[in-house]
Ligand binder design. Sequence first.
Ligand code: CP
Ligand code: NVA
Length: 301
Amino acid sequence: MKRDFLTVWDLSSHEVAGLLERAIAMKAGKDSRACPILGKSVGLIFEKPSTRTRVSFEVGIYQLGGQTVCMSPAELQLGRGETIGDTAQALSRYLNAIVIRTSAHERLDTFAQTASIPVINGLSDKHHPCQTLADLMTMQEQKGRLKGLKVAFVGDGNNVCNSLIEAASRMEFNLSVACPEGFEPDQEIFARASAASQSKILVMRNPHEAAQMADVIYTDVWVSMGQERNAGEKKEKFRDYQVNSRLLSGAKSDVAVLHCLPAHRGEEITADVMDGPNSWVFDQAENRLHAQKALLEMILS
Ligand code: CP
Ligand code: NVA
């Protein structure tokens, strides 16, 4: 049966742990298997811009022995009204898997239901699970464990935050999300994650309370792709939700600062923190490559 990866729930905690172990081994150059996806073709459809996701998938697939076919909607008949279902069925006849970045998460669900090949979520408005695998790998590397960690997410309750909430539930770390009123994470995702876990998953207003004695502080842009229309108004509401040295002073001294990137220095994170000794954001970006290679190996070989 094909394995899709549309949300963090699609992997069990056991599978996530195994995947992280494999990704860390791959990063250390301990690749026991040469070219595990030799001769396989993976499609990449990006309906939104990307730097890290696209390049890390393209390079990772090459390193695993596979081939990529990159497509933008303007180049596909999808842009001229062909349905997602017909596109999914046709592409399934050529490709072995497909990575899709889109807006509405339902588009991915429809694609996955119709395709006979594995579908991987390269970001939707609701989830960013490939990012989360790299986040978990970075936390594991920096803290030596996931279970019991105190993680603070400060900012918008967006796709990255939703996937982190699912991961907190799966991997049993405690997560405090601090966000302004009206910008909470998805209610259904939060309820399901809280109900399924022993870990404490909280949503609060005060970023300093969330960051208090935190092992990890995570942030993301205040304005996600596709929300540019109300950017000015939104930024006003997020002024108190900046990751800066004052926020870090309440956390553990060795707190790891994470950001999925791209970042806006001076908005959600200050330059001194982003470029300072607690920041692991570029290791986190690198880990996209290793974590996705481990994911592809698991799904395709
Ligand atoms: N973090 C992330 O997904 O980056 P890109 O938008 O550059 O792919
Ligand atoms: N929340 C951001 C993540 C970018 C990687 C967005 O959706 O634009």
